[in-house]
Write a protein that binds this ligand. Structure first.
Ligand SMILES: C[S@@+](CC[C@H](N)C(=O)[O-])C[C@H]1O[C@@H](n2cnc3c(N)ncnc32)[C@H](O)[C@@H]1O
Length: 216
């Protein structure tokens, strides 16, 4: 499916406008919380989070859209990029200290599978930081989102405006940290941690154990 998300200049123009309405501060929160260690920007798109990461982090970005990754690489040349989907992350278990998802899980095809993969690649003590727009709590606006969803998904190239991502995160076995939780309209930002430990392993390589690399 090809829509705005797959056309980097158009996506960036739209996001530049949105960021003037307050999204920039939330994006800054999302990225600046990654103060050290290995960080995965899941669904990194054109890489708008990446220049905001602290200099101490070792970052990787994944996205299925090759054109977006090319733009991201120009924005953040020091980052390792892999063309991949959340549902099948080409990294070994426990490879990351932090996974960042900025407006990405609205576009992931299989959310439970994507979140299970996030759990797998987070190490013990690892954290998922999310900035997402979610399904409205109001019945009328949720109904409107449901009606608009097919056209919106087509226009954007995959985004679903009516996703209850918070519920999906909880169902995937993450505990949302109330101290970090903020809601404004349909926007949410928070940190979440796996609430059940499941066979993590320790790893040391800087290459995150990626099985597939982005083509040159
Ligand atoms: C709204 S954009 C967000 C891009 C970027 N994170 C940002 O904050 O600007 C959603 C991104 O999710 C990506 N995406 C779509 N399906 C995905 C999947 N299954 N796994 C990972 N990313 C996906 C899209 O290609 C797109 O770049």
């Amino acid at each position: 499916m090809r829509g705005v998300e797959q056309v980097p200049w158009l996506y960036d123009a739209g996001l530049a406008l949105l960021e003037r309405t307050g999204l920039a501060r939330w994006r800054s929160w999302l990225a600046r919380g990654t103060s050290c260690g290995r960080v995965l920007d899941l669904g990194c798109g054109t890489g708008r989070n990446l220049p905001l990461f602290s200099s101490g982090v070792s970052a990787a970005g994944i996205d299925p859209c090759f054109a977006a990754l090319r733009k991201a690489r120009r924005r953040a040349p020091g980052v390792a990029f892999v063309q991949a989907r959340a549902e099948e992350l080409p990294f070994r278990d426990g490879a990351f200290d932090t996974v960042v998802s900025g407006l990405a899980f609205c576009s992931v095809g299989d959310v439970p599978r994507g979140l299970a993969e996030v759990r797998r690649v987070l190490n013990a003590g690892g954290v998922l930081r999310m900035l997402e727009h979610v399904r409205s709590k109001g019945r009328m606006s949720a109904w409107l989102q449901d009606r608009a969803q097919p056209a919106w998904t087509w226009f954007t190239g995959g985004c679903r405006p009516n996703r209850d991502t918070e519920a999906a995160v909880a169902a995937a076995g993450f505990k949302i940290d109330g101290a970090t939780y903020r809601a404004r309209g349909g926007m949410r930002r928070f940190e979440a941690r796996p609430d059940r430990v499941q066979g993590f392993r320790e790893h040391g390589s800087r290459e995150f154990g990626a099985r597939a690399r982005m083509p040159p």
